[in-house]
Design a protein around this ligand. Structure first.
Ligand code: UD1
Length: 342
């Protein structure tokens, strides 16, 4: 019989971050129930999770916007904690179709929080993003760095959902929330059994790099080398996906062990180390022993020159730290791309 305290509902659990998090939760002894509508992920992620952990998580094909279907999940499974990943995530698309983003990302989150409250399930972990900081005045950003007005509907849904969680934990006794602000998640599980599955032309840097290395894309465009940074390309905080997944386990441990100091808490999840786009490209070439066709092109609209995390709070309070080296992460990213090509 599953232990309610040790059971975690993971919405969006067949997706990139969700599937890696499911693996680490299972490895840490949690029972995992995954729900996903499979609009941007594949059911065979479950096979990868099972091969890695030896355990197949329970799965229900459910759209979290469908309150009736979501309620049935709450009735069927006993869990204390939910990790809410289920959301659309393409910044550019959110500019063209804002209603799709506001409606899906916010309704699904509000439904989840509403049912957590109604069923007396205490712990909500929300999947937020460094995008909430925008182009901050100082780097690295801490959790206290003021958020700038969002530059995209996608970013706005992250800010609004954070506020919803803050307000609900304040208003409803017994409800606790933690928002994790991810920096740039990259890489794949070292087994190459799960990883990112971008649909169409990737927007994010690393999938574009690996697809270019695989010959699927002709060349990589590096968007701008005239930023005020050491080599002129943008600086980001690239966080290994397995390290990122482990931050969720530390967060769920904190919640289920009653260690929270406030009803709503925020943690940056990054490495604390800025890496330039060009450094990343060169590192990828070096560790995988290949040449990547690339060209410097103009800046991409909406990109910020630099953002990286101050991770002191996550390190000290959550007891979590990014451990994997960038080289290992870039090897894993390439191994996963090669696995996909088979
Ligand atoms: C983007 C989103 C961010 C979201 C995150 C999710 C924007 C403005 N931000 O972050 O809100 O949370 O993805 O992963 O879209 N680059 C190239 N060539 C490429 C692709 C990217 O040079 O083909 C550069 C970009 O200019 C940027 C860096 O690589 O400097 C990282 O880009 P990307 O992976 O898209 O992430 P972010 O833009 O940082």
């Amino acid at each position: 019989m599953a232990n309610q305290h040790k059971t975690v509902l993971v919405s969006g659990g067949t997706g990139y971050i969700g599937s890696h998090t499911a693996v680490e939760l299972i490895n840490a002894g949690y029972d995992v129930v995954i729900i996903d509508n499979l609009v941007n992920s594949e059911i065979y992620s479950l096979d990868g999770i099972e091969k890695i952990t030896g355990k197949r998580p329970a799965f229900e094909k459910v759209d979290t916007c469908d309150m009736g279907a979501l309620r049935r999940v709450f009735e069927k499974y006993a869990f204390d904690s939910v990790i809410h990943f289920a959301a659309h995530k393409a910044v550019g698309e959110s500019m063209d179709e804002p209603l799709k983003y506001y409606s899906n990302n916010l309704v699904s989150f509000m439904n989840t929080v509403e049912l957590m409250k109604e069923f007396g399930r205490p712990n909500v972990l929300f999947s937020s993003s460094a995008t909430v900081y925008g182009n901050a005045d100082t780097q690295p950003v801490t959790e206290q760095t003021p958020r700038k007005p969002a530059e995209s509907p996608y970013g706005n849904t992250k800010q609004i959902a954070e506020d919803i969680l803050r307000d609900c934990t304040r208003a409803y006794r017994g409800l606790h929330g933690i928002a994790l602000r991810y920096f740039n998640p990259i890489g794949a599980h070292p087994s190459a059994l799960i990883g990112e599955l971008p649909r169409g032309v990737p927007n994010n840097l690393v999938p574009y790099i690996t697809q270019t290395a695989a010959g699927i894309r002709k060349e990589l465009s590096i968007f701008g080398d005239d930023y005020d940074t050491p080599d002129g390309t943008c600086l980001r905080d690239f966080i290994d996906i397995v390290d990122l997944a482990k931050a969720h386990v530390a967060t769920i441990d904190r919640m289920t062990q009653g260690k929270m100091e406030q009803d709503y808490e925020i943690f940056n999840v990054g490495t604390g180390r800025p890496v330039s786009v060009l450094e990343l490209v060169k590192g990828f070439e070096r560790v995988n022993n290949l040449k990547l066709p690339y060209r410097i092109t103009g800046r991409r609209q909406g990109d910020i020159p630099a953002v990286w995390a101050d991770t002191t709070r996550a390190n000290e309070v959550l007891g979590w730290k990014a451990e994997r080296s960038l080289d290992d992460t870039l090897r894993a990213a390439w191994a996963w791309q090669q696995h996909l090509g088979k």
